[in-house]
Design a protein. Structure first.
Length: 63
């Protein structure tokens, strides 16, 4: 039991040491990248929707 507690404490000390090494991005960078991701998702969503309309129309002609 004592070994388990020591192992957990050692692990948490390691986590704490590594946590201090993290370089967090600036708020401006996070906002810019978030907007970029939302824009890309929007573009792909519109593209898939347009392809759906095109294929629906083409299959309607075949039927």
């Amino acid at each position: 039991m004592n070994e388990t507690v020591n192992a957990i404490q050692t692990y948490l000390k390691g986590v704490r040491a590594e946590w201090g090494k993290i370089i967090w991005p600036e708020r401006r960078q996070v906002v810019a990248e978030t907007i970029f991701v939302i824009a890309i998702v929007f573009v792909f969503t519109v593209a898939v929707y347009l392809m759906d309309l095109i294929f629906k129309g083409l299959f309607g002609l075949i039927k």
